[in-house]
Design a protein around this ligand. Structure first.
Ligand code: PLP
Length: 267
C-alpha cells in the first residue's frame, strides 16, 4: 500500500474575508505543496476593515475535529492560532500534553490587525503556563510578547536583555517578529532564539496595507516547512521570505488592511 502523504494541520479561527486565520493557513499549505487540514476553534465575521463578531466553538466540536483528523491523517507538525478563550486554551493544552508527538508552531494570537481582541484577557496566563510549554516554537509579535511578559518592551532593547526576558517563557524556540519594532525603519529584523543562540533575519519592509494575515501565514508556512523536513532555522527563513513576497505582491480586495498574496508564485 502507498505511504500516506504528509499533512499539515491548522487549529485556528475562521476569517470570513479569507485573509487571516484558517483560510490563510490553508492557502499557505497549498502554496508550499503540503496537504492542509483544519480544526476550527472560532468563527469570525470580518473584512479588511474590522472584525464585527467572533463566536467560539464548543470544546466538544473542537475535540471531535482533532480526533477525526489525527486518527487518520499523517500529521507531523501542527500550527495553532486563535483560541478565543481560557477554556479552549486549557482544553487544547490538555489534549496536546497527552498527544505530544507533534511539532507545534504556536502563534499566540491576541489581537487582529484591526485591534479586535481575539483572545480573552483572562486566557493569557493559561496560554503562557499551560499551552506554550507544549509548543516547539512560538511566534509572538511585539504586542503579544508584551502581553505574555506583562511589561512594555522598548524598540531598542538589546539582544541580551531580550534573551533574558524570554527565559520567563517556557518554550525552547521563540521567534520574536520584528514588524512592530522600529516601524519607521526600512528593514525588519526577526529574531529567532533557539535556546541561547540568536539568529537574526533581515527583510525589506513593504507596504503596510498588505499585512492582514501575515502572522497566520508565517506560522503556517513554518509548520509546512517543518513537515517538509526542513530544520527550524531554514523553515523560519523560507517562511519569512514567503510572507515577504506575499506582502510585496499583496492583493487589494477591500478598503482596509488587505491580505498578502499566497499565490504570488503562479502570477
Ligand atoms: N486568526 C483569525 C481568525 C483572525 O481573524 C486574525 C486576524 O484578523 C488573526 C488570527 C491574526 O491575524 P494576523 O496574522 O494578521 O496577526
Amino acid at each position: 500500500m502507498k505511504n500516506k502523504h504528509i499533512s499539515c494541520l491548522t487549529v485556528a479561527g475562521s476569517d470570513s474575508s479569507g485573509g487571516a486565520g484558517i483560510q490563510a493557513d490553508l492557502k499557505t499549505f497549498m502554496a508550499l505543496n503540503v496537504y492542509g487540514a483544519s480544526v476550527i476553534t472560532a468563527i469570525t465575521a470580518q473584512n479588511t476593515k474590522e472584525v464585527a463578531v467572533a463566536k467560539s466553538c464548543s470544546w466538544k466540536i473542537i475535540q471531535a475535529q482533532l480526533n477525526a483528523v489525527l486518527s487518520d491523517l499523517n500529521v507531523k507538525s501542527i500550527k495553532i492560532g486563535m483560541l478565543a478563550n481560557a477554556s479552549i486554551t486549557q482544553n487544547i493544552a490538555n489534549y496536546f500534553q497527552k498527544n505530544n508527538k507533534y511539532k507545534i508552531i504556536l502563534d499566540p494570537v491576541i489581537y487582529s490587525k484591526s485591534n479586535f481582541c481575539l483572545l480573552k484577557r483572562n486566557a493569557i496566563q493559561t496560554l503562557k503556563n499551560k499551552l506554550i510549554p507544549c509548543a516547539f516554537l512560538i511566534t509572538p509579535n511585539k504586542k503579544e510578547l508584551e502581553a505574555l511578559l506583562e511589561e512594555k518592551i522598548a524598540d531598542n532593547i538589546t539582544d541580551s536583555d531580550l534573551n533574558e526576558k524570554l527565559k520567563k517563557i517556557k518554550c525552547p524556540n521563540i521567534l520574536v517578529k520584528g514588524g512592530h519594532f522600529h516601524k519607521n525603519k526600512t528593514i525588519v529584523i526577526d529574531k529567532l532564539f533557539i535556546k541561547n543562540q540568536l539568529i537574526k533575519i533581515s527583510s525589506k519592509r513593504h507596504n503596510q496595507n498588505y499585512t492582514h494575515g501575515t502572522g497566520c501565514s508565517l506560522s503556517s508556512a513554518i509548520s509546512a516547512n517543518i513537515s517538509l523536513n526542513n530544520d527550524l532555522t531554514s523553515a523560519v527563513k523560507k517562511a519569512i521570505s514567503f510572507v515577504n513576497q506575499g506582502i510585496l505582491n499583496g492583493i487589494k480586495i477591500g478598503d482596509g488592511i488587505n491580505p498578502i498574496n499566497h499565490n504570488y508564485k503562479n502570477q
